[in-house]
Write a protein that binds this ligand. Structure first.
Ligand code: ATP
Length: 215
């Protein structure tokens, strides 16, 4: 029987992608481990509208950023579409593309805590295993705020906390050391004419300059 690969799906605006995203994805590959992390730049996210570069630029920057890492891949599933991207549609399509493998949907702790506001949350939780990235020490108090959690059903599995959900499945919370880099800070620095060197790959920095993004 063929061995199943463990595929992580890492969605985001990636506006622009930076070393915080890349390093977090690489750490997750190591900790779980995952065979591959697929970066999925969004099209028009329903909950986030501030100064978003066109999807084809964000996709191209992600392509440059992951170049040379065979453990990383890129999907245009969301950004090629004219529709607003909903996580549930993405997961269902990715299940077809990676049929026979195990899929893990990766998100930050803040995004997980916002999940009740998302479209068809129950369907997302029914279709995908979740990996939540949290800064160490894992803030159990905040996770306990989540309405998706099942009482105090929690256990530690190596560096990963397994949290019981109301649908009977487990959510994996991985402790990822923080990298104090954000796309917001990068965009602000560009607007103010300050340097963004060493916050993101040089190829992405050159792309931003050549295409006059975020001015
Ligand atoms: P913005 O500053 O524009 O809000 P962002 O980086 O927070 O950008 P996304 O590009 O949508 O937003 O992030 C994609 C995912 O990467 C999210 O789950 C977010 O929590 C995570 N992430 C963002 N920055 C870091 C970082 N420095 N370290 C680890 N994870 C990060």
């Amino acid at each position: 029987m063929p061995v199943k690969a463990r595929i992580g799906l890492f969605g985001g605006t990636f506006n622009p992608i930076h070393y915080g995203h890349l390093r977090a994805a690489e750490e997750l590959r190591d900790v779980f481990p995952l065979s591959k992390v697929v970066f999925i730049p969004s099209n028009n996210p329903p909950l986030k509208r501030d100064s978003i570069a066109p999807a084809h630029h964000r996709y191209e920057m992600a392509r440059l950023a992951i170049d040379g890492n065979p453990g990383f891949a890129l999907s245009d599933i969301e950004c090629k579409s004219d529709r607003v991207s909903y996580t549930v549609h993405t997961i269902v399509e990715m299940r077809q593309q990676y049929a026979g493998n195990d899929l893990y949907f990766i998100m930050g702790l803040d995004a997980f805590l916002e999940m009740p506001k998302w479209f068809k949350t129950d369907e997302i939780l029914a279709n995908a295993a979740l990996i939540v990235m949290a800064r160490p020490p894992i803030e159990m108090e905040r996770i306990k705020e989540s309405p998706n959690k099942d009482g105090d059903n929690c256990r530690m599995d190596g560096k990963v906390a397994q949290i019981g959900l109301k649908n009977g499945k487990y959510l994996s919370v991985a402790s990822i050391p923080p990298h104090n880099i954000s796309s917001t800070h990068i965009r602000q620095s560009i607007r103010e004419g300050r340097t963004i060197k060493y916050l993101l790959p040089e190829s992405v920095e050159s792309y931003i300059i050549n295409n006059e993004l975020y001015k």
